[in-house]
Write a protein that binds this ligand. Structure first.
Ligand code: GLA
Length: 378
């Protein structure tokens, strides 16, 4: 979380006076990648990094934003049906419009915001931004939407105003996070359970490849389209309900690409359940094994990895890390590593060195602590 004083001072500078302070986090995901829009399971947790916003209603219908990280301002009217062209501001604009459509009487407001979720790392900086404003504006303008409804506001924003047909995982995690717990969400029915995550002898470590991915205009939507084509042929609503037998029966009618995409998804749904079972037995080595299998699937069948991420995962395996895989949508971003405590420092040193030698750039370690979801700070 960034220093709120700096944001409050910026608020005084740009708009004068005090504002209310809200925060919403980014997320990690232990396992269950690209399963959310397929009605499957995901296993995310919120992190301490996130977006903080200082906000005050201004009585009018004008929204005045100052994005501290970009050092840029933007103004729009809550009734404007087009919204700003600058993609950076369409997240907040979309949230405003979706809240209004859901019956929340959002009026004008002034806001300064900024954050510390590394951009393009696959930790959902955009979901943090949507969740922060969805939660803040619903609170400040007297709305009565629950956290799941607010998560859906963020998701609808991605779909309609940004053009990414994402699932619900990121916004869900940002809204529902709980310190010290991961969550298993069944994306078919929205039911979820908290799983305490405090392994004694293991730590989670993210390593940012520092290769930036951009889901807007990326093959993310194409992956989703592949899944939907297979589900339609199988006569099920989402791939979650397609059996392995059915997929094999359909194989002659599918392009090799669509077949492999679906094979990954079916495998990943099974892997989340295998991880839950392993967790119940405190079997973290098995959790890690499943993570490596996920990476193989994401790299070979789902084709969302890249040489940098494959290298980081291979290095983790070579050094005896219990589990590693690319995390999030892919096409760059970071790996998530399950590392035995005694290996942590050695792995960190060595992987940074070998990565630099191989690619001529630095990777960035990101320590994670599992934390709470969207909240009001002051
Ligand atoms: C992005 C999307 C999520 C999810 C992941 C992949 O983060 O926003 O909905 O699909 O990719 O698991």
């Amino acid at each position: 979380m960034i220093d709120t004083d700096t944001l409050r001072q910026a608020f005084v500078h740009h708009f004068g006076g005090e504002g209310f302070v809200f925060f919403a986090p980014g997320r990690i995901n232990l396992i269950g990648e690209h399963t959310d829009y397929n009605g499957g399971f995901v296993f995310p947790g919120a992190v301490t990094q996130g977006i903080t916003a200082v906000i005050h209603p201004n009585q009018g219908a004008t929204v005045n934003l100052f994005a501290a990280d970009l050092q840029r301002r933007c103004t729009f009217d809550v009734n404007d049906s087009e919204g700003p062209a600058d993609i950076n501001f369409r997240y907040v604009y979309g949230v405003v419009r979706e809240l209004i459509a859901a019956g929340v009487a959002v009026g004008g407001f002034d806001a300064v915001y900024g954050g510390d979720v590394p951009l393009g790392a696959g930790m959902s900086s955009s979901a943090a931004l949507e969740s922060c404003f969805a939660f803040a504006l619903c609170t400040l303008f007297g709305g009565h939407l629950d956290r799941m409804a607010l998560a859906r506001i963020g998701q609808a924003t991605e779909h309609k105003y940004v053009g990414v047909k994402c699932g619900i995982m990121d916004q869900f995690a940002s809204m529902h996070g709980r310190e010290g717990s991961l969550m298993r969400l069944d994306c078919r029915n929205g039911q979820f359970e908290y799983f305490p995550w405090q392994p004694k002898d293991y730590q989670l470590l993210l390593i940012n490849s520092c290769v930036k991915h951009e889901l807007v205009g990326s093959p993310y939507n194409e992956r989703r389209a592949s899944c939907e084509r297979v589900a339609a042929l199988a006569g099920v609503e989402t791939l979650r309900d397609c059996s392995w037998e059915k997929l094999e029966t359909l194989r002659p009618q599918l392009s090799d690409e669509d077949y492999r995409r679906a094979r990954y998804v079916l495998g990943e749904v099974d892997r989340v359940l295998a991880v839950c079972e392993a967790l119940q037995k405190d079997d973290y080595e098995e959790v890690g094994r499943q993570m490596y299998l996920t990476h193989e699937g994401l790299s070979r069948d789902y084709a969302v990895s890249c040489p940098e991420l494959d290298f980081l995962v291979d290095e983790a395996r070579r050094m005896g890390v219990s589990g590693a895989r690319l995390m999030g949508g892919g096409f760059g971003g970071c790996t998530i590593n399950l590392v035995r405590a005694e290996l942590y420092d050695r792995f960190l040193d060595e992987v940074q060195r070998t990565y630099r030698t191989r690619f001529g750039i630095d990777c960035q370690p990101i320590p994670v602590a599992i934390s709470d979801g969207a909240k009001r700070l002051q």
